[in-house]
Write a protein that binds this ligand. Structure first.
Ligand code: PEP
Ligand code: MG
Length: 763
């Protein structure tokens, strides 16, 4: 719905700006030669801005900025003064694509003195980037002798004028257009870049550069009323499109995705943003230019936002700007899916939550982001879809052409641009090999997970989103061994209330059908940050105030979650487990809150769960030495080996230097785990392990060898681990492995590997 923005023509600033724009445009259209016109334009701007100096720097090949025209600086400096991008204040403005306004420019650390310009007399400086189609093509500067404080309004005027001048630059009048192409000479060479792994796997395909900007056809409006109407119409069309995405996308059905989209639409409805767009039209811009103008401003502000939540929201607004621009151009389909190659690698600076749905996900082979964080919405969804994602690949957007071939090695967090034949061949074979394996796993999807010597080993999946739960069915797993409830908290704009939580959990139950789901209560803190929850500084967050410790200190919050779970489970079996329990007392305190909620529910005539099963996650080593009393009050144990390993070895799980330093297949770890197995066997209580190690065949084999009969893992591991289980003879494995637990070896990995290969176990 278009806002009730007042399209006021009376605004003084808008009028002043319109006058200046008209003057600049009239000068641009005069018949003198280009240099004369430019000289006249900087003169007009200097007068209007009441500045002694106005200069225009234009970007040239080799990332240089050349002084192209100046009113006030020495005329022999024109075309002779050059600055590198990033050099001096002007270079700084271009490098960061953001304005600078300084009352005492010379005291700024980046000030670079150029004697040929005679600028030592001028104390204050304000400069803005001239941006066109997302690229800085020049810098427009004014300077004053006095220590002048430039106002926000003046900066905005300069930014708008700079947009108009950018038109001249890209029009090819000043420099050859080729000089402005994205990559200076690097555009065809093979290149390897590295980033941050957000999700592993291999992918190869043609690069589709996510539409980061749209062409602005006309900058200055002929008819302002018409431009307001065009904007309103595009805004309505955009809303219609968002409705369609929400109702038809395969991922947008009720559940977390719907919430993401709702949050996104809230931003789309934000009157402030829409009002700004109309305000920019009031200054004389076309609707297209108004969007570019507001989005440029947003980008420059965004680079200064530290708060990760606000940054994500700013990305959402950016995404909406692109969407709106597309509607102004009359393009219905963002991605033109019909003309897309069959295998695509989506490359974007960052992705808004709805943007992934613009593409046919069945063609998506990988996602590469120039920015992007593990908690960004698109990353969470891509992970759930099992698409490799690499983030923080610096400079990728500038080095790429549409449809360039890209190979993405998600496991190694590297990408190959325009790879040579040999690299292509290697990856093709690796991808084919993986594909073959996946198809082979399908053949035994419905077979019982049973070893050769007839021992059943239950394999479940770890999940965090609804799609993960669906994948449990696809892989033939026995249910969800770990449902990380915090993931659905992380993708929301605010803390979900009881009703919202109940809705999510009910949906999970429905999707899991009659298979068991183990709900783990909120496990935040450490590396899991809720975007709306400001973390306190801690020296050692992994060992700090996190997980059940937070929940027990905020019993109302934990009770709300338990209430939602109890309600959602009506008539079904409810399995709950508490994370990071350090002693029996903590478990009892948490369980007591669950009992209270159950009683409360029943006292209000709520339908109770058919059965209640309550477990503890063993992640803190000390708990292992309180197993007997724990098992008196606890129905099952699940080992969170990711955290347990970091505490057993005093090794930060996120520290890349320590990844390979200590092996989980060491006798010490396996002995500790064996002690837990025996403790649970003695009490007849079920035990499972749900850390990453359960998903690797050789680790899973060792775990089965020491007595585990239930493992929970990412869905893509079910196939390979099941293949291993089907080939296994537990009896001979136990005979080999158990005597080695008391040995002083650093690791048993190579011995286990040789043993498995000798016996035909599929590791
Ligand atoms: C673990 O620590 O092993 C675990 C399963 O929990 P998370 O990885 O979510 O901390
Ligand atoms: Mg954990």
């Amino acid at each position: 719905m278009p806002s009730d923005t007042t399209h006021s023509d009376g605004d003084h600033r808008a009028q002043a700006l319109r006058r200046l724009l008209a003057q600049v445009r009239a000068t641009m259209a005069e018949s003198q030669n280009v240099q004369q016109r430019l000289d006249r334009i900087v003169e007009v701007i200097a007068v209007d801005m009441v500045a002694e100096v106005c200069s225009l720097y234009v970007r040239r090949a080799g990332d240089l900025l050349e002084l192209f025209a100046s009113q006030g600086l020495r005329s022999d400096a024109v075309h002779n003064t050059h600055l590198r991008i990033g050099e001096g204040l002007v270079g700084d403005i271009a490098a960061h694509a953001r304005p600078l306004a300084l009352s005492d420019a010379q005291s700024h650390p980046n000030f670079a003195y150029r004697p040929e310009t005679g600028e030592e007399r001028f104390h204050s400086l304000m400069g803005v980037p001239a941006i066109r189609n997302g690229r800085v093509v020049g810098v427009l500067v004014v300077q004053n002798q006095t220590q002048r404080h430039y106002t926000e309004e003046e900066i905005e005027i300069m930014e708008t004028v700079a947009m108009v001048l950018a038109e001249m630059v890209v029009g090819g009048e000043l420099v050859d257009r080729a000089e402005l192409s994205p990559v200076d000479g690097l555009g065809t060479l093979p290149l390897r870049l590295e980033g941050l792994r957000l999700h592993g796997g291999l992918g190869m395909g043609k690069a589709i550069i996510h539409q980061a900007f749209y062409r602005v056809d006309e900058v200055v409006a002929e008819n302002i009323t018409e431009q307001h109407e065009l904007l309103d119409a595009a805004y309505l069309a955009m809303h219609g499109e968002l409705d369609t995405i929400m109702s038809t996308s395969e991922l947008a059905e009720a559940g977390e995705h719907r919430d993401i989209m709702e949050a996104y639409r809230m931003i789309a409805n934000d009157a402030g943003w829409f009002k700004k767009l109309h305000g920019a039209i009031d200054t004389g811009l076309t609707a297209q230019a108004a969007i570019e103008r507001v989005q440029n401003d947003l980008k420059s502000r965004m680079s200064q936002i530290a708060d990760p939540y606000l940054r994500e929201r700013a990305h959402d607004i950016e995404d909406l700007g692109i969407r709106l621009m597309r509607h102004l151009h009359g393009d219905k389909n963002a991605s033109g899916n019909n003309s897309l190659p069959d295998h695509i690698v989506l490359v974007a600076r960052s992705l808004g939550p709805a943007q992934l749905f613009d593409y046919d996900v069945s063609r998506l082979r990988a996602v590469v982001l120039e920015e992007g964080t593990p908690n960004s919405h698109a990353a969470i969804i891509a992970r759930a879809l099992d698409i490799p994602v690499i983030a923080q690949v610096k400079g990728i957007m500038a080095r790429l052409e549409h449809h360039d071939l890209i190979v993405v090695d998600g496991d190694a967090a590297s990408i190959f641009l325009r790879p040579g034949e040999d690299v292509q061949q290697t990856f093709k074979e690796a991808i084919e090999e993986r594909g073959k394996q996946v198809r082979a796993y399908d053949t035994f999807r419905d077979w019982p997970s049973r070893t050769k010597d007839d021992v059943d080993v239950t394999l479940s999946v770890n999940a965090g989103l609804l799609v993960d739960v669906r994948r449990a069915h696809e892989t033939g797993a026995a249910g969800v061994g770990l449902f990380r409830t915090e993931v659905s908290f992380m993708v929301r704009p605010e803390f979900p209330n009881v009703d919202e939580q109940e809705f999510i959990y009910r949906k999970i139950f429905d999707t899991a059908k009659d298979q068991p789901v183990v709900f783990r209560t909120l496990d935040v803190g450490g590396d899991k940050i809720l975007p709306y929850w400001e973390p306190e500084f801690e020296e050692n967050p992994a060992m700090g105030w996190r997980s059940i410790r937070i929940s027990l200190d905020h019993p109302a919050m934990l009770r709300e979650q338990l209430r939602a779970l109890v309600r959602a489970a009506a008539g079904r079996e409810l399995r709950v487990m508490f994370p990071m329990i350090s002693n029996v007392h903590e478990f009892k305190a948490a369980r007591a809150l669950l009992e209270i909620e159950l009683e409360r529910h029943c006292s209000r005539s709520g339908k109770p769960p058919a059965k209640l099963v309550v477990g503890a996650m063993l992640e803190v080593p000390a708990l292992g030495f309180q197993l007997e009393p724990l098992l008196e009050c606890c129905d099952f144990i699940s080992i969170g080996s990711n955290d347990l390993m970091q505490f057993l070895f005093a090794r930060d799980r996120g520290n890349p230097h320590l990844v390979e330093r200590y092996d989980t297949l060491s006798p010490s770890v396996l002995s500790y785990l064996r002690m837990i197995v025996q403790g649970c066997e003695k009490k007849g209580k079920p035990l499972s392990l749900c850390g990453e190690m359960a998903g690797y065949p050789i680790e899973a084999m060792a775990l089965i060898g020491i007595g585990f009969r239930h493992l929970s893992m990412v869905s893509s591991s079910i196939g390979p681990v099941k293949a291993m289980v089907l080939s296994l003879d537990i009896n001979s494995l136990e005979n080999y492995l158990l005597p080695m637990l008391s040995a002083g070896d650093l690791s048993l990995r190579s011995k286990l590997r040789c043993f498995a290969l000798d016996h035909g176990f599929a590791i």
